[in-house]
Design a protein around this ligand. Structure first.
Ligand code: BMA
Length: 318
C-alpha cells in the first residue's frame, strides 16, 4: 500500500470546469482532452473539440494564469486534412505537446482516426498558428503518445500505446526510438496493464508527456476498469529512470485520482478523467483533464509532494 497522505495528491480546482462548450466562440458538441504548454508566458491549451458530426479537431485557448480569462481562437486551429492525410478522415483527437529545445519547436503527438483505427500522428509548430505535419508515425491501433523533450542516447523517444488484437493480451505503454522523428523502431513494452481485479487491469495509456524530476521521469497514466455499467478511467503515476527510461523504477499501486465530482461522473462518456497536459509553475503542477468527454477541468498538485509520493511507492511488480 502507498503512503497515506492526509489530503488528495491532486486537488480539484473549486470552479471546475475551467472551459466548456458554452465558452466556445463557435458551435460544437463538446471540448475536452486538451494538451497544455507554456508559450510566451501564457498557458496554451490545445483542446479537442468534437463537432455535431462526431468528428474532432483541435483549437487553442490561451490564458495568463492558466485558469481564467481564456482567449479562444475564433476558428479551429488544427483541422483534419483527409485529402492530404487520409488517416485523418474521422478526425484528430487527444493531443500531447512537448517543447523540443534542440529544435526550438513544439512537437504535438495526436490521434488521427483512420479507417483502419486510431493511429499516432506528429506535427511541429513554433507558434500554434502554422503547423508542419510529419504525418503518421505509428500504425493503428495506437494512441496516447508523447515525446520526451530531450534525446535519449542520441535518439528521440516516444511513449505510446499500441493495442494488441486480442483483448486478452491487453493495451500497454511502449517506448520507441527514432533518429529523425519520422522513422521509429527499437519498440519496447515498458509499463504493463495489470490483470484481474486491479483498477488498471488490461488497458492503460499515457496521459500527459513525461515530466522531468531529479529522481526520474514522472509518468501520469490512465487505467481503465471495465464494469457492468461501462468503463472507469482513473489515474496513476510511475517513475522511469532518467538516463534509461526503459527502466520503471516506481509505480503507484492505488489510483491517485478518479471520477468523483458530478462533472466527471456524467457527460457524453460517464466516469472519465483524461488529462493530456500538465505544466509546472514554480513548485505547482497544473493538470488539465477532460471530464466525462464533455469539458475541460483543472487539478493542481505540489511537485515535491508528487515526487516524494512516487518514491515511496513500490518497484513496478505488475
Ligand atoms: C479513450 C479515448 C479518449 C476518451 C476516452 C473515454 O479511448 O478515446 O479520447 O476520452 O476513451 O471515452
Amino acid at each position: 500500500m502507498s503512503r497515506k497522505l492526509n489530503h488528495e495528491l491532486f486537488l480539484r480546482y473549486p470552479d471546475n470546469p475551467i472551459l466548456s462548450v458554452e465558452d466556445w466562440p463557435y458551435r460544437a458538441n463538446s471540448v475536452f482532452n486538451a494538451a497544455a504548454a507554456e508559450v510566451s508566458g501564457k498557458v496554451l491549451l490545445l483542446a479537442r473539440v468534437e463537432d455535431f458530426r462526431g468528428i474532432s479537431h483541435l483549437t487553442a485557448a490561451r490564458s495568463d494564469d492558466g485558469i481564467t480569462d481564456w482567449q479562444i481562437d475564433d476558428e479551429p486551429t488544427l483541422t483534419p486534412e483527409p485529402n492530404q492525410y487520409p488517416e485523418e478522415i474521422w478526425g484528430i483527437e487527444d493531443p500531447r505537446i512537448t517543447w523540443i529545445d534542440e529544435m526550438k519547436k513544439w512537437a504535438i503527438c495526436y490521434t488521427a482516426y483512420s479507417k483502419g483505427g486510431p493511429l499516432v500522428s506528429l506535427a511541429l509548430t513554433e507558434d500554434f498558428r502554422s503547423f508542419e505535419r510529419l504525418g503518421p508515425v505509428m500504425p493503428p491501433d495506437d494512441k496516447d503518445a508523447a515525446l520526451f523533450p530531450v534525446k535519449i542516447s542520441d535518439r528521440w523517444a516516444m511513449l505510446h500505446r499500441p493495442v494488441c488484437r486480442s483483448p486478452l493480451l491487453g493495451a500497454h505503454i511502449w517506448l520507441s526510438f527514432s533518429p529523425d522523428l519520422k522513422h521509429w523502431g527499437q519498440h519496447m513494452e515498458i509499463i504493463q496493464a495489470r490483470s484481474g481485479g486491479w483498477w488498471d487491469a488490461n488497458k492503460i495509456g499515457l496521459c500527459a508527456p513525461p515530466m522531468e524530476s531529479k529522481e526520474g521521469w514522472l509518468i501520469l497514466y490512465h487505467g481503465v476498469r471495465t464494469t457492468a455499467s461501462g468503463s472507469i478511467y482513473r489515474l496513476g503515476l510511475a517513475l522511469l529512470d532518467l538516463e534509461n527510461p526503459t527502466k520503471v523504477i516506481r509505480r503507484t499501486d492505488e489510483w491517485i485520482f478518479g471520477p468523483k465530482a458530478h462533472y466527471e461522473r456524467e457527460g457524453d462518456v460517464d466516469d472519465v478523467v483524461f488529462p493530456c497536459g500538465w505544466i509546472k509553475r514554480e513548485n505547482k503542477v497544473l493538470i488539465y483533464y477532460g471530464a466525462a468527454d464533455s469539458r475541460i477541468c483543472l487539478a493542481t498538485a505540489d511537485f515535491d509532494e508528487m515526487v516524494d509520493f512516487i518514491l515511496e511507492c513500490p518497484n513496478d511488480e505488475s
